[in-house]
Design a protein around this ligand. Structure first.
Ligand code: PRX
Length: 659
């Protein structure tokens, strides 16, 4: 600890070693090239892909904020991630070293992955899926998740991957919103030593009567056999993945689609109760994920073994486990389970086993490893690591230094990468062979990206002052909209500053021009690097019959960054039915069912009133003070200034549970 303290105190930066800098893919000229001709720079990045029809136009911003990139070009995303590597003679290169939680393993080469995706594309097409159709994917972290995504992409259809931890209700809401006709799932997947019964959840989602009796749009359920658990079966609707693939022809020619053909929808939380279907398209998304993956992670595909630990259900899994790495012909590790199953050194064991050279993970994971102590990673040989990445939330300097020291042997570059589901790819990050890294800061916009920090009136704040992070120029992997809701797209991201994209994050520049992220400025929480909406959890809580009103805040948490804390008023007629503890347990379970376990509040406080302004707005700031154990701030704008005392009196009623 002493050494960490002194390092932090010195405000040290960590320049790349001369050896690293010399071999790095991104050299300092890259910044000049992008600044001299931004669009020309992006066009050059795009030309690294295979285009069936080359584009002549780079950006069409005439219908801003709806962008078109490389619009007259045609390509096939899956072909770029698969066939072209095989055709270039890399068919024998390992694409995926997969490890199941119970210890089973599979090694899949580019040739094998290509063959599997071709069969899957034929099987999925045989179910009536074609260009523009939506396919929901609800799978564990098994290779079939990658195969399914690429097969859907190969057909020009649109995937909507739903994280396997979401409840049947959440899954159904996403299926309905996208009007998906097929869902690809598994009987079950392994997590924490247990089987998660995904097919049961899919059945419940399809059968649920949540849309006034309207049946779900799902016509077929394609089921991967993974955990061999018993499942219900509906003849005609349900099909085994292995049967469908075995019956499908082996050959499938990749058709070219326009660059703006939609690639996927990924739902993320906003400030209302309804998740937003973030829409990404093909050419621009693939260009920027491939470019960032190569330059930020310094990928040398012949020698590196890359491991992004994100689940495929989040954007990080899309951009840096599927599209970016595969477009670059990378060799990757994919792991099904949790980091501590069956032992707390599982990740380090995998790094040693597969000689992982680049690890990309989230600060919440790093902090929980720190808590467990360095003895665990120290038992393994991590000397293959040559670069570390962080994503999902601000990384505190202590965790940054620990990560570099303990996992990186005190010598490797660490890249803190800022981006969002909406940006599709990394936007702000050091470049590992160029930037002198500064623990805790995401530092500089990537070449080709323009960022600023503005005050509420849209004026740049200048160094040292906090403000709002904006992106001032369109970028290739930017979201193209919110599925089915163009107005919400314009309203959420473009109404505040007109021609600049408002990210929803607070930030400031320091004197060196490095960017520090300060967390969300809206009612969006960041729990373990996952986005959750206060409004969504509040509406889940009030949907329970015993709840009259609720307010949810994100409170600082040592490990998860933020934690969900709920304040709940029970209906008078139910107020005596349950003890406070019982009510809290009941409601935590209810949120789990309504949204998924990730949204389950850490604490639920049963209160009799909520702090509100005279106009009836809940003062979350005060609740956050209470939740974080601080003295409550200024209460003068409260309609009833005694409320906070009443809440403080009730605090002992909070239930904390870590299960
Ligand atoms: O608040 C920022 C935070 O995560 C949000 C985006 O969440 P999501 O769309 O789920 O994507 C997560 C993975 C890209 C941002 O608005 N965030 C992400 N990365 C960082 C970060 N905050 C600080 N530093 C980061 N490196």
């Amino acid at each position: 600890m002493t050494s960490i303290d002194s390092l932090l105190h010195e405000n040290r930066t960590f320049p790349p070693s001369p050896e690293f800098a010399a071999q790095a893919i991104a050299q300092p000229e890259i910044y000049e090239a992008a600044a001299a001709d931004r669009l020309g720079f992006w066009a050059e990045q795009a030309r690294a892909l295979h285009w069936h029809t080359p584009f002549t136009q780079t950006l069409d911003w005439s219908d801003a904020p709806f962008a078109k990139w490389f619009a007259d070009g045609r390509l096939n995303v899956a072909y770029n991630c698969l066939d072209r590597h095989v055709e270039a003679g890399h068919g024998d290169r390992v694409a995926i070293h997969w490890e199941g939680e119970p210890g089973d393993q599979r090694t899949i080469t580019y040739a094998e992955l290509t063959a599997e995706v071709k069969r899957a594309a034929n099987a999925i097409a045989a179910l009536g899926v074609g260009q523009g159709d939506r396919v929901a994917i609800y799978l564990p972290m098994i290779p079939e998740a990658v195969v399914a995504m690429l097969a859907v992409a190969r057909l020009g259809a649109i995937h909507s991957v739903v994280f396997g931890g979401f409840s049947s209700e959440s899954l159904r809401a996403r299926i309905d919103d996208a009007e998906a006709k097929l869902v690809i799932t598994a009987d079950g997947g392994w997590r924490k030593g247990r089987v998660v019964t995904l097919k049961d959840t899919v059945d419940a989602a399809i059968e649920a009567d949540i849309t006034d009796g309207k049946p779900s749009t799902i016509e077929h359920v394609l089921v991967v056999k993974r955990a061999e658990n018993d499942i219900a079966w509906i003849e005609g609707r349900d099909l085994w993945w292995h049967d469908a693939l075995a019956a499908a022809p082996a050959e499938h020619e990749a058709e070219a689609f326009e660059a703006e053909n939609p690639l996927f929808i990924l739902y993320t939380s906003g400030t209302t109760g309804r998740p937003k279907g973030i829409l990404h398209t093909s050419g621009g998304f693939l260009t920027q994920t491939a470019y960032t993956h190569q330059n930020v992670f310094d990928l040398h595909p012949e020698t590196d073994v890359f491991w992004c630990t994100a689940d495929v259900g989040w954007v990080t899994g899309h951009s840096y486990m599927v599209y970016g790495p595969l477009a670059n012909g990378a060799t990757q590790v994919m792991y099904e389970g949790t980091p501590d199953t069956p032992h707390p050194g599982r990740w380090w064991e995998l790094i040693e086993k597969y000689k992982v050279t680049i690890l990309y993970t989230a600060p919440t994971a790093i902090r929980s490893f720190m808590k467990a102590g360095r003895e665990v990673p120290d038992r393994f040989d991590l000397s293959s690591i040559r670069l570390l990445g962080s994503v999902g939330e601000p990384i505190n300097p202590e965790a940054w230094i620990w990560y570099r020291d303990v996992i990186g042997g005190g010598k490797v570059p660490v890249v803190d990468t800022w981006w969002q589901t909406e940006t599709g790819a990394i936007m702000v990050s050091p470049l590992p062979g160029i930037t002198a890294a500064k623990p805790g800061s995401a530092q500089v916009p990537l070449p080709g990206i323009s960022i600023d920090v503005l005050d509420d009136d849209g004026k740049p704040v200048g160094p040292g002052k906090g403000g709002l992070l904006v992106i001032t120029e369109p970028w290739p992997s930017m979201l193209r909209g919110i599925w089915g809701d163009p107005e919400r797209y314009v309203d959420t991201y473009w109404s505040k500053f007109g021609d600049k994209y408002f990210a929803g994050d607070g930030a400031h520049y320091d004197e060196d021009g490095d960017l520090w992220l300060l967390g969300r400025v809206d009612d969006v929480m960041n729990v373990s690097g996952h986005r959750l909406s206060t409004a969504e959890i509040e509406s889940a809580l009030v949907s329970h019959p015993i709840v009259a009103e609720s307010a949810v805040v994100g409170a600082a948490d040592e490990t998860t960054g933020q934690a969900v804390v709920a304040f709940v008023i029970l209906r008078v007629e139910h107020a005596e039915d349950h003890t406070t503890e019982e009510a809290a347990v009941l409601l935590r379970g209810h949120v789990s069912e309504a949204i998924g376990a990730i949204a389950r509040p850490r604490n639920i406080f049963i209160v009799t009133e909520l702090p509100k302004t005279r106009s009836g707005k809940i003062m979350r700031r005060l609740l956050r003070d209470v939740a974080e154990g601080r003295a409550v701030g200024d209460t003068t704008t409260l309609a009833d200034t005694t409320v906070m005392e009443a809440i403080a009196d009730r605090l002992s009623g909070g239930v904390r549970s870590e299960d």
